[in-house]
Design a protein around this ligand. Structure first.
Ligand code: NAD
Length: 258
C-alpha cells in the first residue's frame, strides 16, 4: 500500500481514541503516504487525539477542535485544515451520536429533540462538511463516511441511529451527484460490528456482535483494520469510478436472510 496516497491531503473527522474506526483509517492513510489533519470533539478528547497524532509517521498538519453541531467550528476546522494541508483531497467522516435514552426501547417513542440530534450529528454533518471541503478539493477527491446495516434493515436497539444511517446513505448518493462534476467521489462504508466507544452506547451490542459473527458467511467478526483497508481503497486511485456507493465490510452478513 506504500505510496498509494503519496502527496494526498486528508482531513479525518471522528478520532476519539485508539479504538476509533477513524483512527484505524488515519493510520492506514498515513502508511500509504498521505498527510493528515485530524479533529477532536471537545477538550475531553483533545489530549488523546494529540497523543495519537504524534505517533503518525509524518507530523499531522493540524489537530483542530470540531463539534459538528457548531457551524463556526465547522467553518474554522475545514479552513484550518485546508490552510495547513495546502488543499484537501480526502475527507473521512466517522461521526455519529444519539442519546442513550433514544437507543433501546421502542423507536416509536423517540422524541423530536432526540431524533433531530441524532440526524444532525450523524447525517447532516456529512453534507455540512462536504459543502465546506468542496472549494478546497480543486483536484477532485474522495469523501468516505461510515454507515451500518441498520440503514437498510430494522435493527431493534439501534432505533433512531438506523434512521440517521438511512439518511446518511441517501446523502451519500445526492452528494455523489452534486460533487461528481468536480471529480469528487462520495461513498459509504457499511461496517459490521466492532467494539468502539460509540458501539458501547448500543444496548446489548456485545451479544449482538457475537451472534452476527456466527451468522456471517465467513463465520467471524470483522476488524477495524479491515475497515481501514477498504477505506484506503475508496480514498485511493484504485476506485476512481466508484461513487454514490455503500460498500459492506461485514464478512458478508448483509447478504444473509437468516
Ligand atoms: P467512536 O466513538 O470511536 O467514534 C465516534 C466519533 O464521533 C467520536 O470521535 C466522537 O467524538 C464523534 N462525535 C460524536 N458527536 C460529535 C459531534 N457533535 N461533533 C464532532 N464529533 C462527534 O466510534 P466508532 O465506532 O469508531 O464510530 C465511527 C463511525 O463508525 C460512526 O459513524 C459509527 O456509527 C460508524 N460505525 C461503527 C460501527 C461499530 O460497530 N463500531 C459499525 C458501523 C458503523
Amino acid at each position: 500500500m506504500n505510496g498509494l496516497l503519496d502527496g494526498k491531503r486528508c482531513l479525518v473527522v471522528g478520532v476519539a481514541n485508539k479504538r476509533s474506526i477513524a483512527w484505524a483509517i488515519a493510520q492506514r492513510l498515513d502508511e500509504a503516504g498521505a498527510t493528515l489533519a485530524l479533529t477532536y470533539q471537545g477538550e475531553r478528547t483533545e489530549g488523546d487525539v494529540r497523543k495519537l497524532a504524534e505517533t503518525l509517521s509524518r507530523p499531522a498538519a493540524a489537530v483542530l477542535p470540531l463539534d459538528v453541531q457548531d457551524d463556526d467550528e465547522m467553518d474554522a476546522a475545514v479552513t484550518g485544515a485546508a490552510d495547513a494541508l495546502g488543499g484537501i483531497d480526502v475527507l473521512v467522516h466517522a461521526v455519529a451520536f444519539a442519546r442513550a435514552e433514544d437507543l433501546g426501547g421502542r423507536f416509536a417513542d423517540t422524541p423530536r429533540d432526540g431524533f433531530e440530534l441524532a440526524l444532525d450529528v450523524s447525517a447532516f454533518s456529512l453534507a455540512g462538511l462536504a459543502r465546506r471541503c468542496e472549494p478546497h478539493m480543486t483536484d477532485g477527491g474522495s469523501i468516505v463516511t461510515l454507515s451500518y446495516l441498520a440503514a437498510e434493515r430494522a435493527v431493534p436497539g439501534y432505533n433512531v441511529m438506523g434512521v440517521a444511517k438511512s439518511a446518511l446513505e441517501s446523502i451519500v448518493r445526492l452528494l455523489a451527484w452534486d460533487l461528481g462534476p468536480q471529480q469528487i467521489r462520495v461513498n459509504a462504508l457499511s461496517a459490521g460490528p466492532v467494539r468502539t466507544l460509540a458501539a458501547r452506547g448500543i444496548p446489548g451490542f456485545s451479544d449482538m456482535a457475537d451472534k452476527i459473527a456466527e451468522r456471517t458467511p465467513m463465520r467471524r467478526a470483522i476488524t477495524t483494520d479491515e475497515v481501514a483497508d477498504t477505506a484506503l481503497y475508496l480514498c485511493s486511485p484504485l476506485s476512481t469510478a466508484v461513487t454514490g456507493e455503500t460498500l459492506h465490510v461485514d464478512a458478508g452478513y448483509h447478504a444473509m436472510g437468516l
